[in-house]
Design a binder for this molecule. Structure first.
Ligand SMILES: C[S@@+](CC[C@H](N)C(=O)[O-])C[C@H]1O[C@@H](n2cnc3c(N)ncnc32)[C@H](O)[C@@H]1O
Length: 437
């Protein structure tokens, strides 16, 4: 029997929204059912779009259907949102968007919902403009983000909040990092162009290449031999900021899957002594695979960065990279489910963990050494507030201001923030801290 893309899209949205599963995993499993590339792409667009615009679509739905559906009918609710998404954002003809959506009530074995969905979608088609105008009065609906998040971003970035929220709803580019120990960027671009793969250099990342279209990177030339890695240009800034040198002892405190570990090694000609620590044993496998494919070497240990006595107790490091566990709110455009999965309580717990790790690893930095604190977050609690507090409490810690042509600095606050979408990059925060001698 043919696989119905809209039905698979519905199932994926449900596992994410109702059962709280991660989008990446649910999407990969769902898309594996298709052999046809176009159907896969259609399903992926439908899922990502419906999740990106979930809050706005939900607001429209509640406008159309004053009485919410029962919890056991979340499938019908999500089906309505899928229909609304197609009408508003896809070039599906309106009648097809309605009839295909209505027909799925059969697959759900809920024939009673047929008339309801038909009525809701047809009313929307009739009154679309006035309903959207009403709903869009609230920024949280207009930009489709949770209320608490919209408020936090608005307060934190009075001049950029709309830019941030809009960028979170745009698809992200596929960016590669060319391995300079294997080939140079121009040579790789030439190889790609010979295979009709459209790509361009990234203006802010010396090893960065942006692909014009999404594709399976494992099929690109030099992948198997370690010619490049997949890494956003914002994440590529970390290794340049830490500037690893041969024979330096460098701790990568939260290392898996090793995007930055491998970059540190590449920039030191594989001669820095990089110690890669990671708490989750199941994530170590990806780290080892990446090192192996790129032909690089690091010491690896499973351990908790906030418990330094448990790992390499005798070593003090010249440099430390703390790519801290965070809310990942800088990469919402890649993982729209983050909007639904993160809560203010999660942010509090994460900031406590980040502070604990910072405090615990600081004694392991040599006097005169440098620590780079990094997150893929846009929340001040995890970034500038976190570092400000650390600097206040730690007399031998001093910020080294980052002089860069990317990101923004916030007045009187430490570090540099890349906003999502700025120069095509993910949202990221960096602060470089030096230890007094
Ligand atoms: C932002 S990711 C690191 C990404 C990695 N640096 C890269 O560039 O590929 C954070 C990592 O920290 C790990 N982690 C979380 N808590 C930790 C802890 N207490 N100690 C060490 N690692 C931890 C997570 O499992 C996750 O792999």
């Amino acid at each position: 029997m043919a696989v119905n893309s809209r039905y698979i899209a519905l199932k994926i949205c449900l596992t994410v929204i109702e059962h709280g599963r991660s989008l990446s995993q649910s999407l990969a499993e769902g898309l594996a059912q298709f052999s046809d590339r176009r159907e896969r792409a259609f399903t992926q667009n439908l899922v990502l779009g419906t999740l990106r615009w979930q809050d706005r679509l939900e607001a429209i739905r509640s406008h159309l259907l004053k009485k919410p559906l029962k919890a056991k009918d979340e499938d019908v609710n999500q089906l309505i949102l899928l229909g609304l998404y197609q009408i508003l954002y896809m070039d599906t003809p309106e009648h097809a968007a309605v009839s295909e959506t209505v027909n799925l009530t059969k697959s759900l074995k809920k024939p009673w919902a047929r008339g309801l969905i038909n009525g809701v979608l047809r009313t929307f088609l009739r009154d679309k403009d006035s309903i959207c105008e009403e709903v869009d009065k609230k920024p949280a609906y207009r930009y489709s983000h949770p209320q608490w998040f919209t408020k936090t971003i608005r307060n934190a970035y009075p001049d950029h909040w709309e830019q941030i929220l809009s960028a979170n709803n745009e698809p992200a580019p596929l960016t590669l990092r060319v391995n300079p120990l294997h080939q140079n960027r121009d040579a790789f671009l030439n190889l790609l162009s010979k295979q009709d793969v459209e790509a361009d250099i990234h203006p802010k990342a010396p090893q960065g290449i942006v692909l014009k279209n999404s594709l399976d990177v494992t099929q690109l030339p030099t992948y198997d031999e370690g010619g490049f890695s997949v890494q956003d240009a914002a994440a590529q800034q970390a290794a340049y900021l830490l500037a690893p040198q041969p024979n330096e002892f460098i701790l990568d405190a939260c290392a898996a899957p090793g995007g930055k570990t491998t970059h540190l090694l590449e920039l030191s000609d594989n001669q820095a002594k990089v110690f890669a620590l990671e708490k989750e044993p199941e994530r170590i496998e990806r780290l080892s695979e990446n090192l192996y494919r790129l032909d690089l070497f690091a010491e690896i240990e499973v351990g908790d960065a906030s418990q330094p006595d448990q790992w390499w107790p005798e070593i003090q490091f010249d440099k430390i990279l703390l790519d801290a566990p965070c809310s990942a709110t800088g990469i919402i455009r890649r993982h729209p489910d983050i909007k639904w999965h993160r809560t203010p309580e999660d942010i509090t717990a994460l900031t406590e963990l980040q502070a604990a790790i910072l405090q615990s690893i600081w004694p392991r930095l040599k006097p005169g050494g440098k620590l780079l604190y990094a997150t893929c977050s846009v929340l001040p609690q995890e970034n500038r507030d976190q570092v400000s507090q650390f600097l206040q409490q730690t007399p031998d810690a001093k910020e080294i201001p980052i002089d860069a042509d990317w990101g923004i600095s916030i007045k009187d606050a430490p570090g540099r923030q890349i906003l999502p979408g700025q120069d095509g990059m993910d949202g990221f925060y960096y602060c470089l801290i030096e230890k007094g001698c």
